[in-house]
Ligand binder design. Structure first.
Ligand SMILES: [Zn+2]
Length: 395
């Protein structure tokens, strides 16, 4: 299998632009001078307006970040509006209209620029944009990620994007993606998954070249790392629940598995399958309080604190699962609505997959996601249990 191609280290040289100097405080001075006769005032207002526009335009030409938040400029030829500091190419003056607030520009039919994010909170468009790039990279670790593709997404030249990213984070987008993958890989290995699966799930291709590079970053081979990490103890209990036998398992850090089954044997076999290398020990007493909490949660009682979870997830699963936890008791959402809520409206199927791989029933209430048609949809622990849960929640 050919390795992923990265084009992050592409180097292009470009001269730095000179920032033109201009005086921004003229505007205030003129405003104070405007208090004379009504007719004269109207006249001065007009000239102030012109003067303001001319100062705004100078700020735009200078990409003056100190003016971010004071106004936005909209470009009729593109239908987009920007912060003064937007790094995009300057438009022609005759195509530019100024607005005090992003909302005004939007009311006039303009869209927010994806590059400078004029609506984002915080004065610094560059930082906001780099944050958005980080989120994007985290969510696409399992896809080939090139500077060109990032550039397309954020409407910048690959060169410019790399420079901006590096100026904020000190590392290249590629290095950032690498470190995300490495963290994911460590998590997966610690969970006791096989090296192949861990690498694959972390977005690595399984070439031997990558295996070697990974080994050098880990300081040991992934296999050795895994063997060292997997001695982790897992305690578990099996108990009765309204949905039949229930297994709860936990590491030192939190609950790692909540399953339903027909018998303890079946549940224990599942746990062995999921954590083949862990040190599994049944400990009903130690798990007592979590068991009680979970049964209370099933009945819709509020817990004093959310159950601590210790689960592995891809960036995408993490987003879906976090959203599921925000669906209140007694409510449901469609798979499509969840996809939309996490900002990936076309990812309905991926959302369904994330629900189907939820390792902790109830704690992550994947049973509250149903089909748009009103159909029940699937459930990892059987549709009958899903129906019973929703009935308990009076849905
Ligand atoms: Zn912009």
């Amino acid at each position: 299998m050919p390795g992923r191609k990265f084009c992050f280290d592409h180097k292009i040289r470009m001269a730095h632009e000179r920032t033109p100097s201009y005086a921004f405080n003229i505007m205030t001075t003129n405003a104070i001078l405007n208090l004379t006769e009504p007719t004269e005032m109207a006249q001065s207002n007009q000239s102030l307006e012109q003067n303001t526009q001319s100062l705004y335009w100078q700020a735009v030409l200078a990409r003056d970040g100190s003016q971010d938040g004071r106004f936005v400029f909209a470009v009729s030829s593109t239908g987009v509006y920007c912060r003064p500091s937007c790094p995009a190419r300057r438009p022609r003056r005759e195509n530019v209209t100024f607005f005090r607030k992003p909302d005004e520009a939007e009311n006039a039919g303009y869209r927010a620029c994806l590059r400078c994010r004029p609506k984002a909170a915080g004065g610094n468009g560059t930082t906001e944009m780099v944050k958005a790039m980080c989120r994007y990279i985290e969510q696409h670790l399992d896809e080939p990620l090139t500077l060109a593709r990032l550039g397309e997404e954020f409407r910048q030249s690959p060169f410019h994007l790399q420079r901006t990213f590096k100026s904020v984070l000190g590392i290249t987008p590629r290095a950032y993606a690498d470190s995300c993958r490495m963290n994911q890989l460590k998590d997966n290995l610690r969970a006791g998954h096989s090296v192949t699966r861990s690498m694959y799930d972390a977005g690595y291709s399984s070439s031997s070249r990558l295996y070697e590079r990974t080994a050098s970053q880990l300081g040991m081979t992934p296999d050795k790392y895994r063997r060292g990490a997997i001695a982790a103890p897992i305690r578990y209990t099996c108990a009765d629940s309204p949905l039949g036998r229930m297994l709860i398992a936990a590491t030192d850090k939190g609950i790692c598995s909540i399953q339903f089954g027909n018998s303890d044997g079946e549940l224990e076999q599942g746990l062995r399958h999921e954590f083949p290398f862990a040190n599994r020990r049944r400990d009903d007493e130690a798990m007592q309080s979590w068991k009680k909490d979970l049964l209370r949660q099933m009945r819709g009682q509020r817990l004093n604190a959310a159950l601590p979870l210790d689960i592995q997830a891809t960036a995408f699963q993490r987003r879906v699962w976090a959203h599921l936890q925000s669906i209140p008791f007694g409510a449901t959402r469609s798979y499509a609505a969840v996809a939309k809520a996490i900002g990936q409206p076309t990812a309905t199927r991926a959302v369904a997959r994330a629900c189907a791989t939820n390792p902790v029933a109830i704690a992550i209430p994947c049973h509250r996601v149903v089909c748009k048609s009103g159909d029940m949809g699937g459930y990892r622990w059987g549709v009958e249990r899903k129906r019973a849960l929703l009935e308990m929640e009076h849905v």
